[in-house]
Design a protein around this ligand. Structure first.
Ligand SMILES: O=C(O)CCC(=O)C(=O)O
Ligand SMILES: [Mn+2]
Length: 223
């Protein structure tokens, strides 16, 4: 991201008030300096009290389900629970599964309103993941489905246990990066990121409590 855009982001900081920033202060937002990517991190964008409340509400009220993918004619359960919410028209195909969104809840709309000023887009859907412990994961992939357009804008919110987020370039195998996504953090990916990079949440053998992740998306092919 260019310096000019970064200034723009930082000036937004004053305009956008997360619901609660106490007792732990957010850390400064920063851009990752990676080629062919536009990734901005807003550590602890949601304050602890707000993030705790969202965690409890989402854990209890989201219609979590365990999806399966078909691999060589066998149905394999995904190593995490998922859910799909959004505008009625925002159908989405993910790992061969077409998902019809459940209508927005008040908590999801609250989160959406808090992050849209960062992304400067209006999201029409969100994919939620519940990683029950360190055995749950998501493998290397890009969020590059056709419905997301050429330059997908993805805002990813993390609640609960800190998990490592891995990044690797698709064409330059030595270009890798990883970061820790902690409670309340927002990660914004846009520009060429999905065309040129893959990401993952690897499994860990460390004792790990549950984590919820929300990836807000704009589905373009709404009918
Ligand atoms: O859990 C995360 O931080 C990433 C989830 C993800 O990449 C996805 O749902 O596409
Ligand atoms: Mn993804």
């Amino acid at each position: 991201m260019h310096l000019k855009q970064m200034h723009h982001q930082l000036s937004l900081w004053d305009a956008v008030e997360p619901v609660d920033r106490q007792p732990f202060k957010p850390l400064s937002p920063y851009c990752l300096v990676l080629p062919d990517a536009e990734i901005t991190l807003y550590p602890r964008w949601f304050g602890a009290a707000e993030a705790d409340a969202l965690w409890v509400e989402l854990h209890q009220t989201i219609l979590w389900q365990q999806d399966t993918i078909r691999l060589y004619n066998r149905l394999i359960p995904l190593p995490r629970l998922t859910a799909w919410y959004g505008d009625a028209a925002a159908n989405y195909t993910y790992s061969g599964i077409t998902m019809h969104p459940t209508p927005w809840t008040a908590a999801l709309l609250r989160i959406k309103a808090a992050i849209e000023p960062l992304a400067e887009v209006s999201f029409n859907s969100v994919l939620l993941n519940l990683y029950r412990d360190g055995r749950d994961s998501v493998g290397w992939h890009s969020d590059d489905e056709l419905e997301l357009g050429e330059y997908p804008v993805i805002a990813s919110v993390s609640l609960g246990a800190t998990r490592r987020f891995g990044l690797r370039h698709k064409f330059e195998s030595s270009w890798k990066h990883s970061l820790e996504l902690e409670h309340g953090t927002v990660l914004l990916m846009r520009g060429l990121t999905q065309q040129c990079w893959q990401h993952q949440i690897p499994k860990t053998t460390k004792p790990t409590s549950p984590r919820i992740n929300l990836t807000f998306r704009v589905i373009h092919s709404c009918r």
